[in-house]
Design a protein around this ligand. Sequence first.
Ligand SMILES: CC(C)(COP(=O)(O)OP(=O)(O)OC[C@H]1O[C@@H](n2cnc3c(N)ncnc32)[C@H](O)[C@@H]1OP(=O)(O)O)[C@@H](O)C(=O)NCCC(=O)NCCS
Length: 182
Amino acid sequence: MLDIFPILHTDRLDLVEIKQQHLGDIFKLFGDNRVTQFYNIVTLSNESEAQRFIDWFQNRFVEKLGIRWGISLKGSDSIIGTIGFNNFTKRHRANIGYDLQTNFWNRGIITEALKTVINFGFNELDINRIEAEVMQGNYASEKLLIKVGFKNEGILREWMYWNDKHYDMIMYSLLKADVKLT
Ligand SMILES: CC(C)(COP(=O)(O)OP(=O)(O)OC[C@H]1O[C@@H](n2cnc3c(N)ncnc32)[C@H](O)[C@@H]1OP(=O)(O)O)[C@@H](O)C(=O)NCCC(=O)NCCS
């Protein structure tokens, strides 16, 4: 399983391996305050910081601890976002994350990518439960999780610690059994 990076396809998108050639794209993505505002990361200010992200995504895959795809519009070499499992354990749990350059928001792109990645998680990685923790106020993220079938499980009180503050997070989950039922 996962000896070769699995490229996935949707109607409009290719989900590809994040490589060195994408350094500028990753900087554009995580160098935007609107993208990082609900994350526990500092907005990137140069490409060498983006390099650390590429190294992290690649290492997680090599170590079989996580998998992050770059999102490309079909036929394009650049990536406009990322999506994937920050961690996963076979037959058990995975945490999902996603982000998109702001000029592509609200076109259903992450909804489309998410459905394919969820299928891959349940069917190929044999994950049973996919989780997403969403910061309060991130309405777009909540909306799209609900659209693809995630259930709101309530508030994780002061679950995230970032920049010397504690943040409540909203826990969403989707079970393999939920998808079988629909
Ligand atoms: C969250 C994010 C990935 C969504 O990507 P996207 O491709 O624009 O999402 P989609 O278009 O597939 O779906 C978003 C839905 O939220 C809705 N939406 C967007 N902004 C909203 C808002 N402020 N309030 C309520 N709904 C909102 C959209 O209308 C859409 O619903 P619809 O299809 O019923 O119209 C994108 O906003 C992003 O990159 N945010 C920053 C990173 C981030 O927060 N990641 C998630 C961390 S948990």
